[in-house]
Design a protein around this ligand. Structure first.
Ligand code: NAP
Length: 250
């Protein structure tokens, strides 16, 4: 049984990754801050899928706590074959209305944790000549929508580079770019969650992502509506896109 480590595995997209990977027979290492929720998810996965599940309580904003996850990924005696860098959150306010500490914390989770966990995982994966990383980015990466978009653009650029760099070494790196998805993300931001055709179900999102990953794709953009948006962002001038950058924000 190969093992996968999923960050932000207690809710939303990460929880769905944990369930679908367990259904595929992967052992799991689940990472998040809330220990009680982690243990509840671990119990559910063991009972439903008969897989081994470890729990790692870590706040990825905290460098010392992140180091425990890095050490687990680098442990060559207990190999991790798939890393899903999924944990993340958005901020409710515009840049200057957030404290710089809140902005820094978001950058720490969306970018620094992805960098550090990938660094820890890629060495052993490249040595073994196999493995994979799925970085959960966002369709926002293709649009100029503040520091969240900027962080996700970093994730895309990093993933695209790492995909090409490590493919010859047997390691697949993919950026998953979800559009609006029905998770706790917007509730945590205190923003209303919609229910139109623009809102994806986590089950569909993750199923599509894993199918794209199996095909060795560098990007996964689930949903025809979001594939269309991605195509439009390639042809619409950035000055025009800029006018829509506040969409969905008060
Ligand atoms: N939902 C969307 O519409 C959407 C769209 C595009 C991209 N995304 C991206 O998808 C990813 C997952 O988001 P989601 O929608 O599934 O959100 P979610 O339902 O709010 O889940 C977020 C997960 O991340 C964990 N987490 C948050 N901060 C953390 C920290 N400091 N350290 C460790 N774990 C932390 C949370 O657990 P704890 O609170 O227990 O730590 C939770 O398990 C994020 O990277 C997000 O940017 C989401």
């Amino acid at each position: 049984m190969t093992s996968a480590l999923v960050t932000g595995a207690t809710a939303g997209i990460g929880l769905e990754f944990a369930r679908q990977l367990a259904a595929r027979g992967h052992g799991l290492v689940l990472v998040a801050r809330d220990e009680a929720r982690l243990n509840a998810v671990a119990k559910e996965l063991r009972a439903t899928y008969d897989v081994e599940v470890e729990v790692l309580v870590a706040d990825l904003v905290d460098r010392a706590q992140s180091a425990t996850v890095e050490a687990r990924l680098a442990d060559r005696d207990r190999p991790i074959e798939l890393l899903v860098n999924n944990a993340g959150f958005g901020l409710k306010h515009r840049f200057l209305d957030n404290t710089v500490e809140d902005e820094q914390a978001m950058l720490d989770v969306l970018v620094t944790a992805v960098l550090r966990l990938s660094h820890a995982a890629l060495g052993p994966m490249a040595e073994r000549g196999r493995g994979g990383i799925i970085n959960v980015s966002s369709v926002a990466a293709f649009l100029p929508r503040g520091t969240y978009s900027a962080a996700k653009a970093w994730v895309n650029s990093f993933s695209e580079w790492a995909h090409n760099e490590y493919k010859p070494k047997g390691v697949t790196v993919m950026a998953l770019c979800p559009g609006f998805t029905k998770t706790e993300f917007h509730q945590r931001m205190e923003v209303r969650r919609g229910d139109s055709f623009m809102w994806l179900e986590p089950e569909f999102l993750v199923k599509t992502a894993l199918a794209d990953f199996d095909k060795g794709r560098v990007y996964s953009v689930p949903g025809a509506q979001y594939k269309a948006i991605r195509s439009l962002t390639r042809v619409i001038p950035s000055a025009v896109l800029q006018r829509y950058q506040s969409m969905g924000r008060k």
